[in-house]
Design a protein around this ligand. Structure first.
Ligand code: UDP
Length: 414
């Protein structure tokens, strides 16, 4: 299926420009120039949080990407200068098999360290947005001698990372990184546990969403989407948004689908980082459970507000603690009730039965029951969704995120 809505580039650019204008006049003189580095050309939570920051940064900035992909097009459409430094061996290193892959990719690793260091020399600060960017950027510090800010988007536990990677990150964080900003208290706490650093050295800035983008998605877009899905009128539709990966737990949602014969489910997202076998296993699971008729795979979509508004309830089913979970605040901004797996950063967003519904991660019974309750009690679902919208505009707006990021970065670079 192809994306129908254009990238909301114009809108974001316009919003960005006004934010830019308001901060620019007061700050230009003292704002540090930044080279942002991100390992991914694909669009995930880390990239969506870098996007508005790079667009609105009020001084010279550039984004260096270590892989090509739709993230580059999105940045360029919004006027952000992008450079590519790709090496397929290095981008092929998976966190599950670090040892051997790093050895085989060594020449590429050295090249990328040098490339990052060379580009960094034209900037005051090197802002490393992902794990691989951290390793390659921090290892080059003796070459570039620039201040390093690391934006931590991960829970550094052994659920997510192998011992070697945790060891490398620990020493780089201690010896080469000047400042860290974490995307949640859960991520921050994991780094404090890993490195033994003081908690006040890891400030937390939660992600934010552009609420206007969500209010712009109107009934016409939503109805058109539901028609395209070929759904019978009035069908109760759940949506699960995010890349297809085992720890995102789409298989848990499929089990719940099998237990709720009136439910339909749409999975929005694709296998971004080599998880095609998992995507295939979901199709097999659907066939085995006999739920294929009530399940749709929508693939990666660029028009999330309309897709989120097209569903009655949003599911978040990660089986491991989520570092933050942008899809949750997006679902709240869409004005839909969100049922989320209670672990990690999620617990900093969702208050059970107040602005969302929490279930234990991986618990099919609890997920099934929660969907059933919200389906049977539309007033309760609406009350929760209304509160969610209030909470997201109070605590998780893109404006608040940018303001806090600018203040945090300004404090450490000023
Ligand atoms: N996303 C998207 N299209 C899709 C699936 C996901 O634009 O088809 C976006 C989603 O809206 C969110 C991000 O990808 O902004 C995923 O971020 P999250 O923090 O939820 O998960 P991550 O991928 O970083 O683990």
């Amino acid at each position: 299926m192809k994306s129908t809505a254009p990238v909301n580039a114009t809108a974001l650019a316009a919003a960005a420009t006004s934010l830019y204008a308001s901060s620019h006049a007061a700050e230009t003189g003292s704002v540090a120039s930044i080279l942002f580095v991100d390992q991914s050309g694909q669009l995930g939570g880390a990239e969506f949080s870098l996007l508005p920051l790079a667009v609105t940064w009020a001084a010279h900035r550039e984004v260096l990407l270590l892989s090509d992909g739709p993230f580059r097009a999105k940045l360029e459409a919004l006027g952000v200068p992008v450079r590519l430094a790709c090496d397929t061996r290095v981008s092929g290193i998976r966190k599950e098999a670090v040892h051997l892959n790093w050895l085989m990719a060594l020449p590429g690793v050295v090249r990328q360290i040098r490339t990052i260091a060379r580009h960094a020399e034209a900037f005051d600060v090197l802002f490393l947005n992902t794990q691989k960017a951290l390793v390659l950027g921090a290892l080059g510090k003796p070459l570039h001698r620039r201040r390093i800010i690391w934006h931590l988007h991960d829970i550094m536990s052994d659920d997510h990372f192998g011992p070697l990677q945790r060891f490398i990150v620990k020493w780089l964080a201690r010896c080469a990184v000047d400042h860290v900003v974490a995307n949640s208290h859960a991520s921050a706490a994991s780094l404090v546990a890993l490195t033994g650093c003081k908690p006040e050295r890891v400030p937390v800035v939660h992600n934010g969403v552009d609420l206007d983008e969500f209010s712009r998605a109107g009934d016409a877009d939503v109805n058109a989407l539901r028609r395209r899905l070929g759904l019978p009128e009035q069908v109760y539709l759940a949506g699960l948004f995010g890349r297809l990966a085992p720890w995102k737990g789409q298989h848990v949602a499929l089990e719940a689908l099998a237990r709720l014969p009136e439910l339909h489910l749409v999975l929005v997202g694709s296998a971004l980082f080599g998880e095609e076998a998992y995507a295939e296993s979901l199709r097999e699971q659907a066939a085995r459970l006999g739920v294929g008729e009530r399940l749709q795979f929508a693939g990666f979509r660029d028009d999330m507000p309309a897709w989120m508004k097209a569903v009655d309830v949003i599911l978040h089913t990660s089986t491991e603690p989520e570092p933050f979970g942008r899809v949750i605040i997006e679902g709240m901004a869409a004005g839909r009730p969100v049922i989320a797996a209670a672990a990690g950063g999620v617990k900093e967003i969702v208050r059970h039965r107040k602005n969302g519904w929490l279930v234990p991660p991986g618990n099919v019974e609890a997920l099934t029951e929660a969907i059933d309750i919200l389906h049977a009690a539309p007033e309760l679902a609406q009350r929760i969704a209304d509160q969610a919208l209030i909470d997201v505009s109070r605590h998780f707006s893109v404006e608040a995120y940018l303001e806090q990021m600018r203040r945090t970065i300004g404090k450490v670079t000023g």
